[in-house]
Design a protein around this ligand. Sequence first.
Ligand code: C2O
Length: 551
Amino acid sequence: AITRHYKFDIKMKNVTRLCQSKSIMTVNGQFPGPRIIAREGDRLVIKVVNHVQYNVTLHWHGIRQLRSGWADGPAYITQCPIQTGQSYVYNFTVTGQRGTLFWHAHISWLRVTLYGPIVILPKRHVSYPFLQPFKEVPIIFGEWWKADTETLISQALQTGAAPNISDAYTINGLPGPSYNCSAKDTFKLNVKPGKTYLLRLINAALNDELFFSVANHTLTVVEADAVYVKPFKTQIVLISPGQTTNVLLRAKSKAPGATFAMSARPYSSGPAAFDNTTTTGILEYEKSPSSASNSNKNKKLPLLQAVLPKFNDSSFAMKFNKKIRSLANAKFPANVPTKVDRRFFFTVGLGTLPCPKNQTCQGPNNTKLAASVNNVSFVQPNTAILQAHFFNKAKGVFTTDFPANPLIKFNYTGTPPSNIMVNNGTKVVALPFNTRVELVMQDTSIIGAESHPLHLHGFNFFVVGRGLGNFNPKKDPAKFNLVDPAERNTVGVPSGGWVAIRFLADNPGVWFMHCHLEVHTSWGLKMVWVVNDGKGRKQKLPPPPSDLPKC
Ligand code: C2O
């Protein structure tokens, strides 16, 4: 294993998309940001220097950060932001993981442009448990906004109304030919006949789950969230913000000069307004020498279009997610906790907060739109929870009374209940080291049906069950899959349904859990787990690095 050094300069850059030029935040002037490459076991030392007029933090999404929580990155959770002119060195080891992850800004909506791939290769001389690909290609999905998203979200939070929606989706920063002025801004992948390509799919979009498909090609899913899975074939992949999926694509043996669309567009289970456009990249076969010289040489073959499900195809979503299974073999065992020490039941969903006095609000019935876990809408403190926890200064920063069950008893009937008010709070769940946790998350669908991609920092969890309607604590656990459940860091809680996850709390620190739809996070669909130190020397969180930013 080696140490790899990166320098990330956060700076503004003018970028033109959809016929308009815009000054955006970038790393080193690149958009999307630079690719981080490491091998399993390597140490990464990333110096981040802030040259912009905004507070910034970066997060290494899906990296377990075993006893290195100071490098995790969510603002006011594990660190105070890096202020203008300041820098911070993120220093961590990639332990027991290999696959595709990504990094992104973790403060307000800055991840709209501050994101890039993380590729973790297996250790030297270790091969993949699938066919060695000829080439590996990161494909990172994003959103392009003409508006200034920082102004937009701060105004939306002021008025209580829903913020606007994006103007385009992008593949590696490029919208593609279905948008105005964008034919030249199209991602192109040139392929050779008969070769196998590993596409490392990453959804970095702010607010939308996406369907992805390549016209006339079958994809083989081999990995999800940097964990190998039992390979399965599919025409379409569903990928939520925060998720990563590796697929193999085998190029046809003969298709000289042919072009196929690689398209992505949203999956949205509810009636809420969303950007219903399609981003397109092009898979292009190399021309054979003979076809280049024959009379067809100036004829462009038509672009074959990809077929994607209807935007609200929830049954596809349920079926697709059920196919993802751990390898669960001797080499890659699924260490699912078979016993449980603590059980939690969380409702996740939207709600409202009362309008402050002397103000008019634009949410339903003069309220502010909000979101919550167990009816608690999380309020960000103005100092970092990890520091407060480490130095025993919780008082005035957070309380450990996060409810294990919803404050308002929940019964999903399909009809919205009348009491949709939530409460504000900065509450955490404190867990002893090595607690085996079972958590059922039930989507409330109170204001419009919405599925929620829930992301947990610091751990991988096993998705042991999922279903529609109310979770039944008497019947459903009997059907849990404790043999080969998907192991991941982000899971879609189905609209009007539930998922059950299990994880071992073996990582001391402060760990954020939130919906990876940025608008829901902003509304408060987030909470924090605090895992206390264990007794052993290797069960304690070391003290913070000396350059940890101050609030
Ligand atoms: Cu990718 Cu807390 O986020």
